[in-house]
Design a protein around this ligand. Sequence first.
Ligand code: NAD
Length: 471
Amino acid sequence: MAPTYSLLEQVNRAFDRAAALTEHAPSLLEQIKQCNHVYSIAFPIERDDGTIEVIHGWRAEHSHHRLPTKGGIRYSSVVNEDEVMALAALMTFKCAMVDVPFGGAKGGVKISRRNYSRDELERITRRYTFELVRKNFMGPGVDVPAPDYGTGPAEMAWIADTYTTLSGGELNALACVTGKPVTQGGIRGRLEATGRGVYFGIRDACDRADDMKAIGLETGLEGKRVVVQGLGNVGYHAAKFLQEAGAVLVGLAEVEGAVQSARGLDIDNVMEHRRETGSILDFPGSANLPESIAALELDCDILVPAALEGQITAANAPAIKARIIAEAANGPTTDEADEILDKRNVLIIPDSYLNAGGVTVSYFEWLKNLSHVRFGRMEKRFDEAAHTRLLRVVEAGTGKRLTDKERAELAEGADEEDLVNSGLEETMVEAYRELLECREEHDRKVDLRTAALIVAIDKIATAYEELGIFP
Ligand code: NAD
């Protein structure tokens, strides 16, 4: 049955709007827009009680202009082929936007993970992996999955193990998937990467005096009132980094409902309360909103949708009070809502830029797996020794002696996590600069979503023009 709400149509409409503002040939734009491969799978698994269940899944590879293709795997009861194709397209644009040299892909398995035991999830993940490998939809140079909604490091470890087992000694086998546990070839900082990238993007947007003035807000993140919808990997980490930077979390929403407090909610205390009671509701010092979706309409400066697509619609857009919508999730704002919010002069920081931190650090993990060495391992001590020698010279020249603690702090070399976070920040800052530059080139007549897509389309078009079309 065709889905009533089509994320693919949304993405395609946004693409068409941006494409019309470029000077590329229509036929080339059509190639950039189309999803190149879609693999639809049905496979059986044995439930713990011995019954057999048929599971449906998909993998879409949107663009092969760069290889491997890259994109998360989603476990959701509502995922469908349309959604997977749309998310794969977004991955292509996202990778181009932040100069990660991959084509876009996305996977989906139609299950609600809370209905399955750990053993069943492992069997589903391993069988899904087997099906992808069988049709050459996975491999370090072919297509490299990562976590998305409903999946995390545990699933990535099972995928890596299954692929390694099937690949029979392939040297780079671990680079077949990213988002693995650090102890299984993962990289420090990947778990937090998407949320950290969301924070960098919001921080940079709030630092633009002209943009803040245009929407009636003060410059800077400090004291900004934030609502976050969805406290999973992306939402939790985004909330944590925003809180650490001085923003005030005035509303938090999960599936069971939402809580609000004008004084602010401590994200870790709320998560602890949820672990203890099974719900964020009744968090001490807060007021409950039994209808989770109502949180989107709370009085705040920044709204961070970090759950699923299609949350901000024509129905609730007129009631949204936030001046900034920071799209941590993929596709949270429908086209109609986008138009309404644009007329209301709300600044939307688009998904194709804002949540690119995950794929950026996935790229670093892939590089680490291919080089078979941890970032920082070769140079950390060497750098420390060089810094120490330099400090000794400065001490001798100035006559001022540092304490051992001060010297150790100043001389410290970068370890893996420092380098990952620095590379992530550089990527997000540079991408935002490019996005704003594109908006200026179009005399500020395009919104940030269109600017992001124009930047991405230009880069993909250049790749095609340089590569030519085979054969
Ligand atoms: P996740 O499964 O870790 O967390 C999602 C959370 O949202 C869950 O806690 C879930 O209970 C909650 N949720 C679901 N429906 C909700 C609703 N209606 N209201 C409130 N809360 C709701 O998933 P994630 O990895 O954090 O992904 C979230 C979004 O970010 C998705 O759109 C995903 O595509 C996007 N994204 C994720 C990554 C990544 O690295 N994980 C990268 C880029 C984009």
